[in-house]
Design a protein around this ligand. Sequence first.
Ligand SMILES: Cc1cc2nc3c(=O)[nH]c(=O)nc-3n(C[C@H](O)[C@H](O)[C@H](O)COP(=O)(O)OP(=O)(O)OC[C@H]3O[C@@H](n4cnc5c(N)ncnc54)[C@H](O)[C@@H]3O)c2cc1C
Length: 427
Amino acid sequence: MAETNDFKVIIAGGSIIGLTLANALERAGIDYLLLEKRQIAPNLGASISLLSHNSRVYEQLGVIDQFNAATVPLLNRLHFTQDGYLFEDGGVLRGLSRSFRFMERRFHLETLYNNLQDKSKVHSNVGVQSFEENASGVTVFATNGERYEGSILVGADGAHSTIRQLLSEAVADTDPVRAENLRSPFTASYRSIFATSRNTNLGTQRPFMPDGTVNVAYHRGVSGVAASGVEGLVFWFLFVKNDEITRTPDCPRYSEKDAEAAIEQFGHLNLGADYTFRDLWNSKTLAAMFPMEEGVLKAPWNNGGRVVLLGDSVSKTTVNAGIGGNTHVEGVCHFMNGLVGLVKQNHAPSTKEITEMFNGYETKQRPRSELILKLSAFVTRYEAMETWWLRLLMPVMRLLPDGLVSTLLGKHFAAAPLFDFLPKPNP
Ligand SMILES: Cc1cc2nc3c(=O)[nH]c(=O)nc-3n(C[C@H](O)[C@H](O)[C@H](O)COP(=O)(O)OP(=O)(O)OC[C@H]3O[C@@H](n4cnc5c(N)ncnc54)[C@H](O)[C@@H]3O)c2cc1C
């Protein structure tokens, strides 16, 4: 599309959401500038899933063939009790309209970055420090000493968002309750190791699991997920319930020693039928530990002006269900559909029109984010067998027919948005 030069989006953050948004803006022909405070696509050993509905979104952006070529569809999901007993051989994943994928996060981000035609609009190692706003636009002050002019500022800068913190400081005197929610919207009741390992158990010299498999292990206060979504690799997680609940931004920052201590304590537990967390740890290429923050920022997700938040800066879910980031991609679709509609009518919309568009995105996205928050919270606590009633629920849950679960998931995915301004992909 031809570019509308007089409207410009400044994006803070160049991860899953910032780069997805950059691709969508480029396709829509809307000018943008992306500032990422670190390098693009750092290798932290993290992984990311791709669910059916977003497979269609990434088809619209032209990257789905690359995602599919680099991954193996995950079709088998096996659930193990704390004794290593296989109690459910879930066929849920086989019932989805498009296959469930899991890939290295670095690869996901590199692919999105490489897909951009004009890379001069992405500035790495440049963070947003502050901004000023007037009736016609925003001025962003960056860590490189430069100032950048734009029409709106999007905070896609993660759970510890600088933009959200700046919005908090801006209302600290006039609305301390709102300021506190912006400063501290999430809590953490669990912590997790995330890691990538080679798919070879060094003890037995056999693969941990065949490619295209997910294993889930249920212990008391502890659970685990492993997925062989890329040939030769296993992406895995150890989830541990904390003794106390902490709040963003004061959740602990865990070190390598903390991860080692968790393996010391829980490494003997099984994740699959014939391997333990320690076996996976011994085959790891990269691993880290982080607090699993959860929550949805109270309304509004904008400042009543030209600044709006997207992605982890507005909502965080626990990782077990592997759906938090995917839900934010829906938010990018809702946001972009509103923005394209607005800018098509008027290349210089007023602040009032912009705020209304921001509110429209939130009205559509908030219920889905809140639902996924609850679903993820339930899955985390259920898999960790947190209470006696969750333990009682286990035999009931396994009686649920796979077809029913696939249908419910399918309905949720079918209601997800696409980019209205791009050709519709196949179902
Ligand atoms: C271990 C782990 C595994 C996960 N697995 C899955 C999964 O399988 N499926 C799923 O759907 N979701 C998953 N999630 C959730 C998903 O990763 C997040 O929801 C997603 O990364 C959010 O993307 P984001 O772009 O909003 O934020 P982030 O990925 O946190 O990125 C924010 C970016 O902003 C940058 N930044 C920060 N401050 C500034 C600043 N001042 N100026 C400029 N840039 C700045 C940061 O450097 C970073 O690159 C997982 C999360 C974790 C922690």
